[in-house]
Design a binder for this molecule. Structure first.
Ligand SMILES: [Zn+2]
Length: 291
């Protein structure tokens, strides 16, 4: 279990201010309110590990913000929050209550040891791309960014997730990768090996935001939006069975496994993003299995 520290900075500051100007009569009153405020207005589900995705639910009439920005909540107070691979220290939320109370809550991030993975035999042009490809790589990433930009009110994530296919796991989230001996950015997906042509199923319902047959690194690439800024990406596909803008249901066949882009053999690379944060699909599956 993770111990959760909560502080009530604002109430305490007020207490100190009152004490310093000699309002000692306030002591018992403010002690009582500090005690009451330590009961959190949020219930959480999910993992506080690096790469974890959390589903919170906040009491009615309460509001939550992180890093000065309000978090989108559903009508019944549910919201997502994600931790990146390199998240450190603790996550701090400001919770405003109905009586103007503001409580700061801190949740420590649990760090992980990430593997080192060496991959030999990928096309050298995908390790050190030729100059003429740099423009294409740039426009690819602009397309992907645009596909993930919108944070919609859809709540498909609430129904939970299933594995997009059955197959041996050959890569994990967060590993530091060396391609043909050259250190590259960490791997953010979970890889499942499967023969070319194996059907990929939607892990959860959502809207197709990108269906592109040939991105430089990721080859055939599909992005599905599950709502509130949470999306799944599927890489190296040999075929895509859905079109941009269409809606898919959990379990629908959406694509076929391939080895397109920077890949040594046929496999599915499944990634998940919450806004700009890359989260670990395996932690999402563990925390939110579909009923
Ligand atoms: Zn991969």
């Amino acid at each position: 279990m993770i111990s959760i520290k909560r502080t009530v900075n604002r109430s305490i500051d007020l207490f100190h201010k009152l004490a310093s100007v000699g309002v000692f009569v306030a002591v018992s009153f403010f002690s009582a309110s500090i005690f009451a405020a330590t009961e959190s207005a949020i219930v959480w589900q999910g993992s506080w590990q690096q790469g974890g995705l959390l589903l919170g639910q906040i009491k009615p009439d309460y509001h939550i913000s992180v890093a000065g920005e309000p978090i989108k909540t559903t009508a019944d107070g549910r919201f997502l929050f994600g931790l990146g691979r390199n998240a450190q220290g603790s996550s701090t939320f400001l919770v405003s209550g109905p009586n103007g109370t503001v409580v700061e809550e801190h949740y420590p991030v649990v760090t992980r040891d990430f593997k080192i993975q060496r991959i030999e035999g990928v096309p050298q042009s995908t390790v050190t791309p030729p100059a003429e490809q740099l423009q294409r790589i740039k426009s690819d990433s602009a397309l992907v960014r645009e596909a993930r930009r919108e944070v919609t009110d859809k709540t498909d994530f609430i129904e939970g997730f299933v594995k997009p296919l059955q197959g041996p796991k050959t890569g994990v989230y967060g590993s530091q990768r060396f391609y043909n001996g050259v250190p590259k950015s960490p791997h953010y997906g979970v890889d499942y090996a499967a023969p070319t042509g194996t059907e990929v199923k939607a892990p959860a319902a959502g809207i197709v935001r990108l269906a592109h047959r040939d991105l430089f690194y990721s080859g055939g690439t599909l992005i599905i939006d599950h709502g509130h800024g949470l999306s799944s990406s599927f890489l190296h596909l040999s075929d895509i069975l859905v079109t941009e803008g269409s809606r898919v249901e959990r379990g629908d066949a959406i694509a076929k496994v391939g080895a397109t882009g920077r890949a040594t053999g046929p496999h599915l690379d499944w990634r998940m993003n919450w806004r700009n944060v890359r989260v670990d699909p395996e932690l999402v599956l563990q925390a939110f299995p579909a009923q």
